[in-house]
Design a protein around this ligand. Sequence first.
Ligand code: FES
Length: 624
Amino acid sequence: MQITLSTGKNFNVHKIENLLQTFKEQGIYLVASCGGKGICGKCRIKILEGKYRTESTGKLAPSDIQSGITLACRTFPDGDMVIDIPKESRLVVGDVIEISRSKDLFGLFQSMDGVISPLIKWITLDIPPPTIDNNVSDLERLKKALEEKGLHGMRFSLGFVSSLAHSLRDAGWKINLGYTHDPEAVCISRIENKKRFGIAADVGTTTVVVYLVDLFDGTLVDVGSTYNSQIRHGDDVITRIVYATEENGIAELRDAVVTDINNLIAPLVERHNIMAEDIESAVISGNTVMSHFFWSINPEYIREEPYTPSLNTFPVWKAWTAGLNINNLASIYTVPCVASYVGGDIVAGVLASKMHRRSEISLFLDIGTNGEIVLGNNEWLVTAACSAGPCFEGSGIRHGMRATEGAVESIKIDPQTFEPELGVIGSGKPVGICGSGMIDAITELFLSGIIDQKGRLLKGIKTDRIRDGFEGPEFLFYSDGRREIVLTEIDIENIIRAKAAIYAGISLMLKKVGIVLDDVERVYIAGGFGNYLNIERAIIIGMLPDIAREKFIFLGNTSIAGAYLCLLSDKMRKEAEEIALRMTNIELSVSRRFMDEYMSALFLPHTDIKLFPTVEKLLWKFPD
Ligand code: FES
Protein backbone atom coordinates (compact mmCIF):
# COMPACT_ATOMS: atom_id res chain seq x y z
CA MET A 1 0.00 0.00 0.00
CA GLN A 2 1.18 3.49 -0.70
CA ILE A 3 0.48 6.52 1.49
CA THR A 4 0.83 9.90 -0.19
CA LEU A 5 0.74 13.12 1.82
CA SER A 6 -0.71 16.34 0.44
CA THR A 7 2.84 17.75 0.64
CA GLY A 8 3.89 15.27 -2.07
CA LYS A 9 5.85 12.94 0.22
CA ASN A 10 4.94 9.27 -0.21
CA PHE A 11 5.96 5.94 1.25
CA ASN A 12 4.96 2.29 1.19
CA VAL A 13 3.46 0.47 4.16
CA HIS A 14 3.81 -3.28 4.53
CA LYS A 15 1.82 -3.99 7.67
CA ILE A 16 -1.64 -2.91 8.70
CA GLU A 17 -1.45 -0.72 11.77
CA ASN A 18 -3.04 2.54 12.74
CA LEU A 19 -1.89 5.61 10.84
CA LEU A 20 -0.46 7.31 13.95
CA GLN A 21 1.95 4.38 14.28
CA THR A 22 2.60 4.25 10.53
CA PHE A 23 3.51 7.94 10.49
CA LYS A 24 5.70 7.55 13.57
CA GLU A 25 7.73 4.86 11.80
CA GLN A 26 8.27 7.32 8.92
CA GLY A 27 9.49 10.01 11.35
CA ILE A 28 6.23 11.97 10.94
CA TYR A 29 4.86 12.90 14.34
CA LEU A 30 1.36 14.03 15.19
CA VAL A 31 0.05 15.63 18.36
CA ALA A 32 -0.93 12.57 20.41
CA SER A 33 -1.76 13.85 23.88
CA CYS A 34 -3.37 10.59 24.99
CA GLY A 35 -0.59 8.48 23.49
CA GLY A 36 -2.87 6.94 20.83
CA LYS A 37 -5.82 5.81 22.94
CA GLY A 38 -8.39 7.64 20.84
CA ILE A 39 -9.57 9.90 23.64
CA CYS A 40 -7.83 13.27 23.15
CA GLY A 41 -8.99 13.94 19.57
CA LYS A 42 -5.70 15.70 18.73
CA CYS A 43 -4.32 13.39 16.01
CA ARG A 44 -6.81 14.59 13.36
CA ILE A 45 -5.97 13.94 9.72
CA LYS A 46 -7.96 14.48 6.53
CA ILE A 47 -8.35 11.60 4.12
CA LEU A 48 -8.36 13.03 0.60
CA GLU A 49 -8.51 9.71 -1.27
CA GLY A 50 -8.51 5.99 -0.54
CA LYS A 51 -10.27 3.35 1.50
CA TYR A 52 -9.82 3.01 5.21
CA ARG A 53 -11.36 1.60 8.34
CA THR A 54 -11.85 3.78 11.37
CA GLU A 55 -12.75 2.58 14.84
CA SER A 56 -13.83 5.60 16.81
CA THR A 57 -14.93 9.07 15.91
CA GLY A 58 -16.32 10.15 19.27
CA LYS A 59 -14.08 13.21 19.37
CA LEU A 60 -15.05 14.47 15.91
CA ALA A 61 -17.94 16.69 14.85
CA PRO A 62 -20.30 15.18 12.24
CA SER A 63 -19.25 17.92 9.81
CA ASP A 64 -15.60 16.89 10.32
CA ILE A 65 -16.41 13.25 9.65
CA GLN A 66 -18.29 14.23 6.50
CA SER A 67 -15.32 16.17 5.23
CA GLY A 68 -13.01 13.16 5.67
CA ILE A 69 -11.43 14.01 9.02
CA THR A 70 -10.45 10.97 11.10
CA LEU A 71 -8.30 10.22 14.12
CA ALA A 72 -4.96 8.81 12.93
CA CYS A 73 -4.63 6.55 15.97
CA ARG A 74 -7.97 4.91 15.16
CA THR A 75 -7.68 4.71 11.37
CA PHE A 76 -6.33 1.74 9.40
CA PRO A 77 -5.64 1.87 5.63
CA ASP A 78 -7.40 -0.58 3.30
CA GLY A 79 -5.41 0.39 0.22
CA ASP A 80 -3.50 3.35 -1.24
CA MET A 81 -4.37 6.64 0.43
CA VAL A 82 -3.83 10.37 0.00
CA ILE A 83 -3.80 12.22 3.32
CA ASP A 84 -3.54 15.81 4.51
CA ILE A 85 -2.10 16.48 7.98
CA PRO A 86 -3.52 19.81 9.22
CA LYS A 87 -1.11 22.28 10.80
CA GLU A 88 -2.63 21.92 14.26
CA SER A 89 -2.10 18.15 14.20
CA ARG A 90 1.59 18.34 13.33
CA LEU A 91 3.87 17.85 16.28
CA VAL A 92 6.81 20.17 16.27
CA VAL A 93 9.66 18.70 18.28
CA GLY A 94 13.36 19.22 17.78
CA ASP A 95 12.81 22.89 16.94
CA VAL A 96 14.90 25.33 18.88
CA ILE A 97 12.67 27.32 21.23
CA GLU A 98 13.69 30.85 21.96
CA ILE A 99 14.22 31.23 25.68
CA SER A 100 15.51 34.09 27.66
CA ARG A 101 18.46 33.47 29.91
CA SER A 102 17.80 33.54 33.60
CA LYS A 103 18.77 36.91 34.95
CA ASP A 104 22.26 37.25 36.38
CA LEU A 105 22.71 33.64 37.46
CA PHE A 106 26.27 34.21 38.59
CA GLY A 107 25.03 37.05 40.79
CA LEU A 108 22.60 34.57 42.36
CA PHE A 109 25.45 32.11 42.86
CA GLN A 110 27.65 34.75 44.48
CA SER A 111 24.84 35.76 46.80
CA MET A 112 24.60 32.15 47.99
CA ASP A 113 28.06 30.71 47.97
CA GLY A 114 30.60 32.34 45.71
CA VAL A 115 33.12 29.48 45.71
CA ILE A 116 33.32 27.42 42.53
CA SER A 117 33.85 23.73 43.27
CA PRO A 118 32.55 21.60 40.38
CA LEU A 119 32.12 17.82 40.39
CA ILE A 120 35.61 17.38 38.92
CA LYS A 121 38.70 18.63 40.79
CA TRP A 122 42.04 19.25 39.12
CA ILE A 123 45.64 18.71 40.13
CA THR A 124 48.79 19.70 38.21
CA LEU A 125 51.44 16.99 37.86
CA ASP A 126 54.95 17.11 36.42
CA ILE A 127 55.70 13.45 35.65
CA PRO A 128 59.25 12.42 34.75
CA PRO A 129 59.16 10.88 31.24
CA PRO A 130 60.32 7.26 30.95
CA THR A 131 63.97 6.47 30.17
CA ILE A 132 65.75 3.25 29.38
CA ASP A 133 66.90 3.15 33.01
CA ASN A 134 63.43 3.90 34.37
CA ASN A 135 60.79 2.36 32.13
CA VAL A 136 58.09 1.53 34.67
CA SER A 137 54.60 1.67 33.21
CA ASP A 138 52.74 4.91 32.49
CA LEU A 139 50.15 4.16 35.16
CA GLU A 140 52.81 3.46 37.83
CA ARG A 141 54.49 6.73 36.87
CA LEU A 142 51.19 8.61 37.26
CA LYS A 143 50.40 6.93 40.59
CA LYS A 144 53.83 7.86 41.97
CA ALA A 145 53.38 11.50 40.99
CA LEU A 146 50.00 11.53 42.75
CA GLU A 147 51.42 9.91 45.91
CA GLU A 148 54.14 12.57 45.99
CA LYS A 149 51.41 15.21 45.97
CA GLY A 150 49.70 13.44 48.85
CA LEU A 151 46.77 12.10 46.79
CA HIS A 152 46.24 8.45 47.71
CA GLY A 153 43.81 5.72 46.64
CA MET A 154 43.02 7.11 43.16
CA ARG A 155 40.97 4.68 41.03
CA PHE A 156 41.45 4.27 37.31
CA SER A 157 38.76 2.97 34.94
CA LEU A 158 39.56 0.95 31.83
CA GLY A 159 38.31 3.88 29.71
CA PHE A 160 40.82 6.21 31.35
CA VAL A 161 43.78 3.82 31.18
CA SER A 162 43.10 2.86 27.56
CA SER A 163 43.92 6.40 26.40
CA LEU A 164 46.57 7.12 29.07
CA ALA A 165 49.63 6.46 26.88
CA HIS A 166 48.63 9.03 24.27
CA SER A 167 47.30 11.56 26.78
CA LEU A 168 50.58 11.69 28.74
CA ARG A 169 52.75 11.96 25.65
CA ASP A 170 50.50 14.51 23.92
CA ALA A 171 50.68 16.70 27.02
CA GLY A 172 54.48 16.35 27.27
CA TRP A 173 54.22 14.70 30.72
CA LYS A 174 53.19 18.02 32.31
CA ILE A 175 49.53 17.50 32.88
CA ASN A 176 46.40 18.58 34.63
CA LEU A 177 44.54 15.56 35.96
CA GLY A 178 40.80 15.85 36.52
CA TYR A 179 39.34 13.52 39.16
CA THR A 180 36.16 12.98 41.09
CA HIS A 181 35.71 13.43 44.82
CA ASP A 182 35.84 9.58 45.34
CA PRO A 183 38.64 9.90 43.95
CA GLU A 184 38.62 8.47 40.41
CA ALA A 185 40.69 9.78 37.50
CA VAL A 186 38.53 11.26 34.73
CA CYS A 187 40.63 13.14 32.22
CA ILE A 188 44.02 14.55 31.39
CA SER A 189 44.71 17.86 29.70
CA ARG A 190 47.71 19.98 28.88
CA ILE A 191 48.68 22.46 31.57
CA GLU A 192 48.02 25.39 29.26
CA ASN A 193 44.49 24.15 28.46
CA LYS A 194 42.16 26.41 30.40
CA LYS A 195 38.96 25.02 28.92
CA ARG A 196 36.66 23.49 31.47
CA PHE A 197 32.97 23.29 30.77
CA GLY A 198 29.84 21.81 32.23
CA ILE A 199 26.24 21.30 31.17
CA ALA A 200 23.18 22.13 33.27
CA ALA A 201 20.03 20.53 31.86
CA ASP A 202 16.40 21.01 32.82
CA VAL A 203 14.55 17.94 31.58
CA GLY A 204 10.91 18.98 31.66
CA THR A 205 7.92 16.92 30.59
CA THR A 206 7.34 19.41 27.76
CA THR A 207 10.64 21.21 27.18
CA VAL A 208 14.35 20.52 27.55
CA VAL A 209 16.72 23.38 28.33
CA VAL A 210 20.52 23.14 28.26
CA TYR A 211 23.01 25.68 29.63
CA LEU A 212 26.68 25.50 28.64
CA VAL A 213 28.70 26.86 31.55
CA ASP A 214 32.37 27.84 31.87
CA LEU A 215 33.50 26.11 35.05
CA PHE A 216 36.49 28.41 35.54
CA ASP A 217 34.47 31.52 36.19
CA GLY A 218 30.81 30.44 36.20
CA THR A 219 29.96 32.29 32.98
CA LEU A 220 26.83 31.12 31.21
CA VAL A 221 28.35 30.61 27.76
CA ASP A 222 25.22 29.74 25.79
CA VAL A 223 21.76 28.22 26.03
CA GLY A 224 19.64 25.89 23.95
CA SER A 225 16.08 24.69 24.30
CA THR A 226 13.71 22.37 22.50
CA TYR A 227 10.55 20.33 23.03
CA ASN A 228 10.97 17.02 24.79
CA SER A 229 10.52 14.51 21.95
CA GLN A 230 8.91 12.10 24.39
CA ILE A 231 5.75 14.12 23.59
CA ARG A 232 5.39 11.69 20.66
CA HIS A 233 4.37 9.11 23.24
CA GLY A 234 1.92 11.28 25.19
CA ASP A 235 1.69 14.68 26.89
CA ASP A 236 1.72 13.73 30.54
CA VAL A 237 3.95 11.57 32.69
CA ILE A 238 1.27 8.94 33.35
CA THR A 239 0.73 8.24 29.62
CA ARG A 240 4.48 7.97 29.21
CA ILE A 241 4.87 5.59 32.17
CA VAL A 242 2.26 3.39 30.50
CA TYR A 243 4.26 3.58 27.27
CA ALA A 244 7.41 2.67 29.24
CA THR A 245 5.85 -0.65 30.21
CA GLU A 246 5.55 -1.66 26.55
CA GLU A 247 8.34 -3.54 24.81
CA ASN A 248 11.34 -1.27 24.32
CA GLY A 249 9.30 1.61 25.80
CA ILE A 250 11.81 2.83 28.40
CA ALA A 251 14.67 2.65 25.88
CA GLU A 252 12.68 4.74 23.38
CA LEU A 253 11.79 7.35 26.01
CA ARG A 254 15.39 7.50 27.22
CA ASP A 255 16.75 7.78 23.67
CA ALA A 256 14.26 10.55 22.88
CA VAL A 257 15.33 12.83 25.71
CA VAL A 258 19.07 12.03 25.53
CA THR A 259 18.96 12.74 21.78
CA ASP A 260 17.25 16.06 22.52
CA ILE A 261 20.02 17.03 24.95
CA ASN A 262 22.75 15.88 22.54
CA ASN A 263 21.09 17.83 19.70
CA LEU A 264 21.20 20.94 21.88
CA ILE A 265 24.82 20.40 22.95
CA ALA A 266 26.14 19.89 19.38
CA PRO A 267 25.52 23.45 18.06
CA LEU A 268 26.65 24.99 21.37
CA VAL A 269 30.09 23.33 21.27
CA GLU A 270 30.43 24.08 17.56
CA ARG A 271 29.51 27.74 18.01
CA HIS A 272 32.07 28.23 20.77
CA ASN A 273 34.78 26.01 19.31
CA ILE A 274 34.75 23.67 22.28
CA MET A 275 35.69 19.98 22.19
CA ALA A 276 32.95 17.73 23.59
CA GLU A 277 35.74 16.12 25.70
CA ASP A 278 36.23 19.45 27.48
CA ILE A 279 32.75 19.13 29.00
CA GLU A 280 33.67 17.36 32.21
CA SER A 281 30.41 17.33 34.16
CA ALA A 282 26.67 17.75 33.87
CA VAL A 283 23.71 18.27 36.17
CA ILE A 284 20.26 16.93 35.32
CA SER A 285 17.21 18.51 36.93
CA GLY A 286 13.84 16.96 36.21
CA ASN A 287 10.70 15.66 37.80
CA THR A 288 10.93 12.17 39.28
CA VAL A 289 9.58 10.45 36.16
CA MET A 290 11.88 12.36 33.79
CA SER A 291 14.89 11.58 36.01
CA HIS A 292 13.95 7.88 35.86
CA PHE A 293 13.61 8.00 32.07
CA PHE A 294 16.92 9.83 31.64
CA TRP A 295 18.70 6.96 33.39
CA SER A 296 16.48 4.29 31.84
CA ILE A 297 15.15 3.26 35.27
CA ASN A 298 11.77 1.58 35.57
CA PRO A 299 9.17 4.17 36.71
CA GLU A 300 6.26 1.70 36.67
CA TYR A 301 5.35 1.86 40.37
CA ILE A 302 5.28 5.66 40.48
CA ARG A 303 1.72 5.62 39.16
CA GLU A 304 0.38 2.89 41.43
CA GLU A 305 -0.54 3.35 45.05
CA PRO A 306 1.52 3.69 47.28
CA TYR A 307 3.37 5.66 44.50
CA THR A 308 6.95 4.47 44.93
CA PRO A 309 9.83 5.62 42.74
CA SER A 310 12.80 3.28 42.19
CA LEU A 311 15.02 5.90 43.80
CA ASN A 312 15.01 9.55 44.87
CA THR A 313 18.74 10.09 45.37
CA PHE A 314 20.74 9.19 42.30
CA PRO A 315 24.39 8.15 42.46
CA VAL A 316 26.81 10.22 40.37
CA TRP A 317 27.07 8.15 37.18
CA LYS A 318 29.25 8.58 34.11
CA ALA A 319 28.25 10.29 30.85
CA TRP A 320 28.77 7.17 28.74
CA THR A 321 26.13 5.27 30.77
CA ALA A 322 23.59 7.94 29.85
CA GLY A 323 24.80 8.27 26.25
CA LEU A 324 25.55 11.99 26.53
CA ASN A 325 27.92 13.31 23.88
CA ILE A 326 30.39 14.92 26.27
CA ASN A 327 33.56 13.53 27.87
CA ASN A 328 32.75 9.83 28.29
CA LEU A 329 33.93 9.80 31.88
CA ALA A 330 32.25 13.09 32.82
CA SER A 331 30.32 12.96 36.10
CA ILE A 332 26.55 13.38 35.88
CA TYR A 333 24.82 14.66 39.00
CA THR A 334 21.03 14.30 39.20
CA VAL A 335 19.26 16.77 41.48
CA PRO A 336 17.62 14.58 44.18
CA CYS A 337 13.87 14.01 44.13
CA VAL A 338 11.49 14.00 47.10
CA ALA A 339 8.65 11.70 46.06
CA SER A 340 6.95 10.25 42.99
CA TYR A 341 5.43 13.59 41.97
CA VAL A 342 7.82 16.06 43.58
CA GLY A 343 11.11 15.83 41.75
CA GLY A 344 14.55 17.34 41.42
CA ASP A 345 13.11 20.24 39.42
CA ILE A 346 11.23 21.39 42.53
CA VAL A 347 14.27 20.88 44.78
CA ALA A 348 16.34 22.91 42.31
CA GLY A 349 13.57 25.54 42.27
CA VAL A 350 13.51 25.90 46.04
CA LEU A 351 17.32 26.16 46.04
CA ALA A 352 17.24 28.96 43.44
CA SER A 353 14.41 30.79 45.25
CA LYS A 354 16.41 30.77 48.53
CA MET A 355 13.13 30.32 50.45
CA HIS A 356 14.77 27.54 52.51
CA ARG A 357 17.23 30.11 53.90
CA ARG A 358 14.72 32.79 54.92
CA SER A 359 12.79 33.00 58.18
CA GLU A 360 9.68 34.45 56.51
CA ILE A 361 7.13 31.97 55.19
CA SER A 362 7.05 31.62 51.40
CA LEU A 363 4.92 29.72 48.95
CA PHE A 364 6.59 28.30 45.86
CA LEU A 365 4.36 27.35 42.92
CA ASP A 366 5.57 25.56 39.84
CA ILE A 367 2.72 25.59 37.34
CA GLY A 368 3.84 23.63 34.33
CA THR A 369 2.68 20.29 33.02
CA ASN A 370 1.51 19.59 36.54
CA GLY A 371 1.31 21.80 39.62
CA GLU A 372 3.74 21.47 42.50
CA ILE A 373 3.62 23.51 45.68
CA VAL A 374 6.18 24.08 48.43
CA LEU A 375 5.43 26.01 51.60
CA GLY A 376 7.90 26.85 54.32
CA ASN A 377 10.97 28.72 55.48
CA ASN A 378 14.41 28.04 56.94
CA GLU A 379 12.96 25.73 59.59
CA TRP A 380 10.41 23.62 57.75
CA LEU A 381 9.28 22.78 54.24
CA VAL A 382 6.16 20.93 53.11
CA THR A 383 5.38 20.02 49.55
CA ALA A 384 2.64 18.48 47.43
CA ALA A 385 1.79 17.80 43.81
CA CYS A 386 -1.76 18.78 43.02
CA SER A 387 -2.38 16.87 39.76
CA ALA A 388 -3.60 19.88 37.81
CA GLY A 389 -2.69 17.94 34.66
CA PRO A 390 -1.32 19.39 31.43
CA CYS A 391 -4.53 21.23 30.50
CA PHE A 392 -2.81 24.63 30.45
CA GLU A 393 -0.48 23.16 27.83
CA GLY A 394 -3.43 22.23 25.66
CA SER A 395 -4.15 18.67 26.72
CA GLY A 396 -7.80 17.77 27.25
CA ILE A 397 -9.00 21.02 25.64
CA ARG A 398 -10.52 20.62 22.14
CA HIS A 399 -8.55 23.49 20.60
CA GLY A 400 -5.89 23.70 23.30
CA MET A 401 -2.23 23.95 22.31
CA ARG A 402 1.14 24.96 23.72
CA ALA A 403 2.25 28.58 23.61
CA THR A 404 3.73 28.42 20.12
CA GLU A 405 3.08 30.21 16.82
CA GLY A 406 -0.65 30.51 16.20
CA ALA A 407 -1.71 30.15 19.82
CA VAL A 408 -4.29 32.60 21.14
CA GLU A 409 -2.53 33.96 24.21
CA SER A 410 -4.83 36.82 25.20
CA ILE A 411 -8.55 37.44 24.86
CA LYS A 412 -10.86 40.38 25.50
CA ILE A 413 -14.62 40.14 25.17
CA ASP A 414 -16.76 43.23 24.64
CA PRO A 415 -19.37 43.02 27.43
CA GLN A 416 -22.02 44.67 25.17
CA THR A 417 -21.57 42.85 21.88
CA PHE A 418 -19.84 39.72 23.26
CA GLU A 419 -17.38 39.94 20.36
CA PRO A 420 -13.92 38.62 21.28
CA GLU A 421 -10.62 40.29 20.41
CA LEU A 422 -7.77 37.78 20.16
CA GLY A 423 -4.04 38.24 20.73
CA VAL A 424 -2.14 35.59 18.75
CA ILE A 425 1.50 34.47 19.04
CA GLY A 426 3.31 35.18 15.76
CA SER A 427 1.98 36.85 12.66
CA GLY A 428 -0.27 34.10 11.29
CA LYS A 429 -3.87 33.12 11.87
CA PRO A 430 -4.97 31.60 15.17
CA VAL A 431 -4.68 27.82 15.42
CA GLY A 432 -5.67 27.09 19.03
CA ILE A 433 -5.65 28.45 22.59
CA CYS A 434 -2.68 28.19 24.99
CA GLY A 435 -2.69 28.34 28.81
CA SER A 436 -2.67 32.13 29.22
CA GLY A 437 -5.41 32.38 26.56
CA MET A 438 -7.50 29.89 28.50
CA ILE A 439 -7.21 31.89 31.72
CA ASP A 440 -8.14 35.03 29.78
CA ALA A 441 -11.05 33.25 28.10
CA ILE A 442 -12.54 32.03 31.39
CA THR A 443 -12.03 35.45 33.02
CA GLU A 444 -13.66 37.32 30.15
CA LEU A 445 -16.54 34.84 29.74
CA PHE A 446 -17.16 35.13 33.48
CA LEU A 447 -16.91 38.91 33.74
CA SER A 448 -19.12 39.39 30.67
CA GLY A 449 -21.78 37.18 32.25
CA ILE A 450 -21.54 34.57 29.47
CA ILE A 451 -20.75 31.76 31.90
CA ASP A 452 -21.96 31.34 35.45
CA GLN A 453 -19.91 30.52 38.54
CA LYS A 454 -19.94 26.85 37.61
CA GLY A 455 -18.62 27.62 34.13
CA ARG A 456 -21.91 26.85 32.35
CA LEU A 457 -22.73 28.89 29.26
CA LEU A 458 -25.83 30.89 30.03
CA LYS A 459 -28.89 30.70 27.87
CA GLY A 460 -30.56 33.93 26.78
CA ILE A 461 -27.35 35.83 25.96
CA LYS A 462 -27.81 37.64 22.67
CA THR A 463 -24.97 36.27 20.59
CA ASP A 464 -24.58 33.63 17.87
CA ARG A 465 -21.28 32.70 19.40
CA ILE A 466 -22.98 30.48 21.95
CA ARG A 467 -24.17 27.40 20.10
CA ASP A 468 -24.79 23.69 20.48
CA GLY A 469 -21.84 21.67 19.29
CA PHE A 470 -21.56 17.90 18.98
CA GLU A 471 -20.16 17.75 22.53
CA GLY A 472 -22.73 20.15 23.97
CA PRO A 473 -22.78 23.94 24.40
CA GLU A 474 -19.72 25.85 23.19
CA PHE A 475 -18.51 29.43 22.66
CA LEU A 476 -17.06 30.27 19.25
CA PHE A 477 -13.96 32.44 19.56
CA TYR A 478 -12.79 32.31 15.96
CA SER A 479 -13.88 31.14 12.56
CA ASP A 480 -12.36 31.82 9.15
CA GLY A 481 -14.55 29.45 7.18
CA ARG A 482 -11.89 26.73 7.31
CA ARG A 483 -10.88 26.62 10.93
CA GLU A 484 -12.86 27.28 14.09
CA ILE A 485 -11.68 27.76 17.65
CA VAL A 486 -14.19 27.07 20.38
CA LEU A 487 -14.21 26.43 24.10
CA THR A 488 -16.80 23.81 24.94
CA GLU A 489 -18.47 23.50 28.32
CA ILE A 490 -16.37 20.35 28.78
CA ASP A 491 -13.20 22.39 28.09
CA ILE A 492 -14.32 25.05 30.57
CA GLU A 493 -14.99 22.34 33.14
CA ASN A 494 -11.48 20.90 32.58
CA ILE A 495 -9.87 24.33 33.04
CA ILE A 496 -11.90 24.92 36.21
CA ARG A 497 -10.82 21.49 37.50
CA ALA A 498 -7.16 22.36 36.88
CA LYS A 499 -7.38 25.74 38.62
CA ALA A 500 -9.35 24.16 41.48
CA ALA A 501 -6.63 21.52 42.00
CA ILE A 502 -3.99 24.24 42.37
CA TYR A 503 -6.03 26.38 44.74
CA ALA A 504 -7.16 23.35 46.78
CA GLY A 505 -3.53 22.21 47.10
CA ILE A 506 -2.48 25.62 48.44
CA SER A 507 -5.46 25.85 50.76
CA LEU A 508 -5.02 22.36 52.23
CA MET A 509 -1.32 22.83 52.74
CA LEU A 510 -1.88 26.05 54.70
CA LYS A 511 -4.46 24.30 56.89
CA LYS A 512 -2.19 21.29 57.45
CA VAL A 513 0.56 23.47 58.89
CA GLY A 514 -1.93 25.66 60.75
CA ILE A 515 -1.28 29.02 59.09
CA VAL A 516 -3.41 31.46 57.09
CA LEU A 517 -2.78 33.26 53.82
CA ASP A 518 -1.79 36.46 55.62
CA ASP A 519 1.17 34.60 57.14
CA VAL A 520 2.61 34.04 53.67
CA GLU A 521 5.08 36.83 52.87
CA ARG A 522 6.02 35.86 49.31
CA VAL A 523 4.60 33.73 46.54
CA TYR A 524 7.18 32.57 44.03
CA ILE A 525 5.84 31.61 40.61
CA ALA A 526 8.10 29.27 38.67
CA GLY A 527 7.85 27.08 35.58
CA GLY A 528 7.50 27.85 31.88
CA PHE A 529 3.85 28.78 32.24
CA GLY A 530 4.71 31.01 35.18
CA ASN A 531 6.42 33.44 32.84
CA TYR A 532 3.19 34.33 31.07
CA LEU A 533 0.76 34.07 33.95
CA ASN A 534 -1.48 37.10 34.41
CA ILE A 535 -1.72 37.21 38.21
CA GLU A 536 -4.81 39.41 38.27
CA ARG A 537 -6.75 37.07 36.00
CA ALA A 538 -5.49 33.92 37.72
CA ILE A 539 -6.94 35.41 40.94
CA ILE A 540 -10.26 36.29 39.28
CA ILE A 541 -10.83 32.67 38.22
CA GLY A 542 -9.71 31.47 41.66
CA MET A 543 -6.50 29.72 40.69
CA LEU A 544 -4.25 31.88 42.87
CA PRO A 545 -5.15 33.21 46.33
CA ASP A 546 -6.48 36.77 46.59
CA ILE A 547 -3.57 38.39 48.42
CA ALA A 548 -1.54 41.57 47.92
CA ARG A 549 -0.24 41.52 44.34
CA GLU A 550 3.23 42.68 45.38
CA LYS A 551 3.76 39.40 47.20
CA PHE A 552 3.89 37.55 43.86
CA ILE A 553 7.37 37.20 42.38
CA PHE A 554 8.08 35.59 39.00
CA LEU A 555 11.21 33.48 39.00
CA GLY A 556 11.06 31.95 35.49
CA ASN A 557 12.70 28.57 35.01
CA THR A 558 14.04 27.77 38.48
CA SER A 559 14.78 24.16 37.59
CA ILE A 560 17.58 25.23 35.25
CA ALA A 561 18.74 27.94 37.68
CA GLY A 562 19.06 25.33 40.45
CA ALA A 563 20.84 22.93 38.07
CA TYR A 564 23.33 25.72 37.27
CA LEU A 565 24.01 26.30 40.98
CA CYS A 566 24.56 22.57 41.55
CA LEU A 567 26.89 22.39 38.56
CA LEU A 568 29.12 25.08 40.02
CA SER A 569 29.42 24.15 43.64
CA ASP A 570 29.72 21.28 46.06
CA LYS A 571 28.03 23.38 48.73
CA MET A 572 25.02 23.95 46.47
CA ARG A 573 24.74 20.21 45.78
CA LYS A 574 24.79 19.51 49.52
CA GLU A 575 22.18 22.21 50.06
CA ALA A 576 19.93 20.63 47.40
CA GLU A 577 20.29 17.27 49.17
CA GLU A 578 19.34 18.87 52.50
CA ILE A 579 16.29 20.53 50.92
CA ALA A 580 15.15 17.16 49.52
CA LEU A 581 15.58 15.54 52.94
CA ARG A 582 13.83 18.37 54.79
CA MET A 583 10.75 18.44 52.58
CA THR A 584 7.71 16.66 53.97
CA ASN A 585 5.58 15.39 51.11
CA ILE A 586 1.80 15.45 51.50
CA GLU A 587 0.06 12.89 49.28
CA LEU A 588 -2.98 14.87 48.14
CA SER A 589 -4.48 12.21 45.90
CA VAL A 590 -5.46 10.07 48.91
CA SER A 591 -6.59 12.95 51.14
CA ARG A 592 -10.31 13.33 51.84
CA ARG A 593 -9.74 16.90 52.96
CA PHE A 594 -8.15 17.66 49.61
CA MET A 595 -11.29 16.40 47.87
CA ASP A 596 -13.40 18.73 50.06
CA GLU A 597 -11.14 21.70 49.26
CA TYR A 598 -11.19 20.77 45.60
CA MET A 599 -14.98 20.54 45.43
CA SER A 600 -15.27 24.00 47.03
CA ALA A 601 -12.85 25.42 44.46
CA LEU A 602 -14.84 24.14 41.46
CA PHE A 603 -16.53 27.55 41.28
CA LEU A 604 -15.51 30.89 39.82
CA PRO A 605 -13.69 32.06 41.80
CA HIS A 606 -14.72 29.82 44.73
CA THR A 607 -17.79 28.63 46.61
CA ASP A 608 -16.82 31.00 49.40
CA ILE A 609 -16.55 34.39 47.65
CA LYS A 610 -15.33 35.94 50.93
CA LEU A 611 -11.97 34.26 50.24
CA PHE A 612 -11.69 36.51 47.17
CA PRO A 613 -12.53 40.02 48.42
CA THR A 614 -11.10 41.91 45.44
CA VAL A 615 -12.97 39.66 43.01
CA GLU A 616 -16.16 40.18 45.00
CA LYS A 617 -15.72 43.95 44.62
CA LEU A 618 -15.06 43.55 40.91
CA LEU A 619 -18.24 41.50 40.45
CA TRP A 620 -20.21 44.33 42.04
CA LYS A 621 -18.90 46.52 39.25
CA PHE A 622 -20.01 43.93 36.64
CA PRO A 623 -23.44 42.80 37.84
CA ASP A 624 -25.17 40.01 35.88
S1 FES B 1 -7.01 10.58 19.94
FE1 FES B 1 -5.39 9.90 18.71
S2 FES B 1 -3.66 10.35 19.93
FE2 FES B 1 -5.28 10.91 21.20
